[in-house]
Design a protein around this ligand. Sequence first.
Ligand code: HEC
Ligand code: HEC
Ligand code: HEC
Ligand code: HEC
Ligand code: HEC
Ligand code: HEC
Ligand code: HEC
Length: 378
Amino acid sequence: MPDRLAVEIAVLYLALGSCVSLDGAENEVERQLDRVEWQPTQAAPGARYVGREVCAQCHPRETTAQKSTAMAHALARPAESLVLQAHPRLTFSDGPYRYTIEQNGDRVSYAVTNGADTISVPVSWAFGYGLGEVGQTYAFSYNGSYYEGRVSFFGGNQGLDITLGHSTTAPASLKDALGRAVKLEEIKACFGCHSTGAVSGGRLQVDQLVPGISCEGCHGPGAEHVGAMEAGKLPETHIFNPSRLAPGDQVRFCGACHRTRAHVEAIHVEGVPTVRFQPYRLAESRCFNPRDRRISCLACHNPHQNVQHEPADYDAKCLACHSGGKEPLAAAQRAAPGCPVAVSRCITCHMPRYRLAGSHFKFTDHRIRVVRLGDIFD
Ligand code: HEC
Ligand code: HEC
Ligand code: HEC
Ligand code: HEC
Ligand code: HEC
Ligand code: HEC
Ligand code: HEC
């Protein structure tokens, strides 16, 4: 059927053609998506950031919503941590060790004592929004190295507990009880995923960073865009808009921080702990199709807002495909059967929630599927 083939090739060309952007910003991002050590928050040498308040002048709607999100608060200086403002003194005991995280003026100290000796250090950074159900972890300098504190704040129990990934067995020394030394490569990645502009040319520049994922963390440096918009040079916008990426690339874009299969393989995690890596889990679902916008992260989430918790709000997203054969199928789409069991609140049965060992929070499994009693997590 040569005619049909010719038509399909023509359609493919048109589809590809429409993805190619005028200024190449998409292509630049697309090229980076294969690198597991890349995040969109990294600053190209000479990048000119303008800050959220400038974006607010012309985009008040996005800015008002975005600045109160968990992502915008993924990192804070200790004096600006909302958790520490609400809890100026936190304590926790574990065997012989007693921990205190406490505000002293504009500083916050993190101290551990075994009764005889004490180590007390000023907190440098608070990682994680913490006011939601998840948590906040403290980083500081000790003995010339970055450290991650052994105790973290957990929203689920409104108090301190052992940081995820740290052993719960009693540490052998006070120094081990304090926390874990973090190598430069690792702390660079922490900052790359939790803040904007911290890494440039592979180097960590904490004096330059903007805490949290700011507008320019996802859209890239904005000075050129602002200049062009002020000069009225439309329609060339000179700024990256992830909505123009192919759906599968949108998932990989969010996955630069939320983690894809490539990250999961690189960090050797398997089983339930992978439930927090939504791009990886979603791509494992039979619903997933990298050419279909109805199943990209943006179909269900507005990146300028926190997640919606009402299950019924997601029904329309599922029914966009699972309407029982009522919708005509476009070339890249597969038929999706309807549910024999229920007509609403789909996610309550098909996106089960799992608690990570040692955490006080349940993540939503994005591997959408039929879950049967006794199924193992895979
Ligand atoms: C002086 C006003 C102004 C400022 C300041 C401004 N923008 Fe814009 N922006 C615009 C206008 C106007 C458009 C719409 C252009 C269009 O739709 O053709 C736009 C469009 C955009 C788009 C969509 C671009 C596209 O090609 O689809 C993004 C993303 C964006 N702005 C982000 C930002 C960010 C981030 C900041 C801060 C760094 C910012 N803007 C600051 C005026 C501004
Ligand atoms: C630069 C890294 C980065 C990128 C890129 C990124 N995220 Fe996030 N995101 C985070 C971090 C870090 C958190 C955790 C914030 C916290 O709780 O401390 C988060 C949290 C979230 C949350 C949970 C918010 C809540 O209500 O608790 C959602 C939803 C989310 N991201 C969606 C997205 C989507 C969709 C994209 C792609 C458009 C995206 N993210 C891209 C780093 C990123
Ligand atoms: C590849 C990107 C990435 C790196 C590297 C990274 N994080 Fe995150 N972090 C995230 C995302 C995305 C979330 C939100 C989803 C989640 O909780 O897994 C998050 C959530 C968190 C939270 C919220 C609580 C929790 O347990 O979910 C804390 C605290 C945190 N990270 C601390 C750190 C610290 C400290 C480091 C470095 C040792 C680090 N992160 C490295 C992306 C990253
Ligand atoms: C976590 C990543 C992320 C952050 C942070 C972020 N954006 Fe966006 N933004 C996106 C994505 C993804 C889209 C495309 C949304 C879509 O198509 O559904 C977008 C779209 C836009 C658009 C185009 C809207 C339209 O209707 O065409 C504007 C303007 C914009 N963002 C401005 C901002 C501003 C201003 C901030 C900071 C206050 C910001 N964004 C922060 C990811 C982000
Ligand atoms: C088909 C809809 C759907 C798609 C597509 C989707 N999500 Fe979600 N997501 C949800 C639902 C439902 C929740 C749970 C909401 C709640 O709290 O009840 C959620 C929760 C989250 C959370 C909060 C942490 C958690 O596990 O509960 C993050 C972060 C997140 N999604 C990121 C993403 C990213 C990144 C993508 C793209 C890979 C994505 N989501 C795609 C529906 C979706
Ligand atoms: C982009 C379209 C699309 C979206 C959006 C979508 N699905 Fe699917 N889903 C499919 C397709 C296509 C299949 C059938 C795949 C097959 O037969 O291989 C499927 C399969 C399923 C299955 C059976 C999978 C299994 O492993 O047995 C369930 C259950 C399901 N979807 C539920 C949902 C729910 C719930 C949502 C919303 C949270 C959703 N889907 C969103 C396209 C989609
Ligand atoms: C009360 C729990 C529950 C709710 C709510 C629910 N489902 Fe299901 N769904 C099931 C169960 C159980 C099955 C497996 C039925 C079987 O195989 O006998 C199933 C099967 C499916 C299948 C596979 C059908 C097939 O022929 O392979 C799809 C697709 C699906 N559901 C989609 C949805 C969608 C979309 C919604 C929301 C409109 C939804 N479900 C709401 C429990 C539920």
